[in-house]
Write a protein that binds this ligand. Sequence first.
Ligand code: EPZ
Length: 443
Amino acid sequence: MDDYFEIEGLAGKKLLSGEVEISGAKNAVLPLLAAGVLFDGKVSLENAPIINDTRRMLELLSALGAKTEFDEFAGVASVNCASLDSHSLDVEISKRLRASIILSGPILGRYGEVEFPHPGGCVIGERPIDIFVECFSKMGARAEERDGIYRLECSEGLKGTEVFMRIQSVTATETLMMAAALAKGETNLKNCAMEPEVAALAGFLRQSGVEIEGAGTPTIKVKGRAGRLLSPRGRAKIIPDRIEAGSFIILGALCADELVVKNCVPAHLEAVTSLLAAAGVPLDIGQDFIRLSGNGRTANSVFKNFNVRTHEYPGFPTDLQAPMAVFLTQASGEGLIFETIFEGRLGYTEDLIKMGAGIKIWDAHRASVKGPTPLNGRLLEGPDIRAGLALVIAALAAEGRSQITNVRYLDRGYERIDEKLRSLGALIERKTLTRSKDSALIF
Ligand code: EPZ
């Protein structure tokens, strides 16, 4: 059965208020769970987000023979890979989780062989894995692909070498760091992604005994341990989810008078908060919080429109492109959205146009947004995790009722999102679409 959200819009009134606690980052817990393969014992991660992607990654590890636990009350996810007995990733789960590919590096590094399907996940573009295969080959692996299954083999063990990634790729950087940790000799990874989640993984590997430096810069050096596994040294804590935090700040700018976004790292969001502040949003940046105050006295039409060009970190995050487009529909003037990372990440704009947004799509990478325009509630279909939340923000800013399907995508990436929104005063209800209730959808 499929859940959908039913939302009563605030018609541009800023009636939400309160505090929201940001959960651990989806894109930080997934690589750290995959790193469990590098260890000879149990790895425990605190502040693990209680979301379906965490559960899927644990299922993937368990299917390989790992012992896994997820204390969903305490938010602690654990994995013990001492007795892994398979090197082939479960096809069904891997096809639903792009991050499954992150396991390829640690498994190949540890066992000298790995099999996996072309990974699935959000449909935001073609999402090739050529960089992974090219770089593993440079480290000595032999690669073949048959019927959509990739098989990499390197019985004599991976060799440290210099590897230039032709595109800055977050998961390629993460999985190659982990492969290099067990290789023979030093690996020099060049043109690395610099996202905070990459630095968090490197910090975890370093605290566990890997000689690794440069994470957060384009060049990362890893001294390989020639197959010697790591030993767990205490629990690691998952960093806050900068994409969730950014989404709530954008929501607050449009719909809240007073809002405190707590347990976040403002330094991870400068590309977002600097744009919003320049547009006129009254932000107060704290040590581990960002506050909106007296926003209720500012009509959205006072905010100035601006251009958004997505870029690798520390540039504007592609995962906040859709939520920021919703903000632009309510700001005065015209802005251009230029999605430089993915070629299929503007699909949600069709639904915003249906709601009344002044959006013109120029090509697969560019759209212009003229605001402010009133938005009207509609039946909306969330196309992926991040665009799904953008449509929730649009529905809350809109006049009238909306229904948003595909809540399963939101549940992949956001912990208790409807509860958090209700705690701020949002009129959002989770409903289940059953055969007989198809007519429940009002549009
Ligand atoms: C990570 O995906 C995130 N996912 C994505 O978040 C995020 O949007 C993306 O990085 C960019 O920031 C996780 O960390 C689990 P990439 P990833 O490899 O690593 C191309 C979310 O909603 N590319 O950095 O898969 C690719 O097509 C998700 O949380 C190749 O050409 O993205 C893209 O154009 C969505 N060949 C560019 O690189 C490759 O072998 C950057 O993608 C690999 C990537």
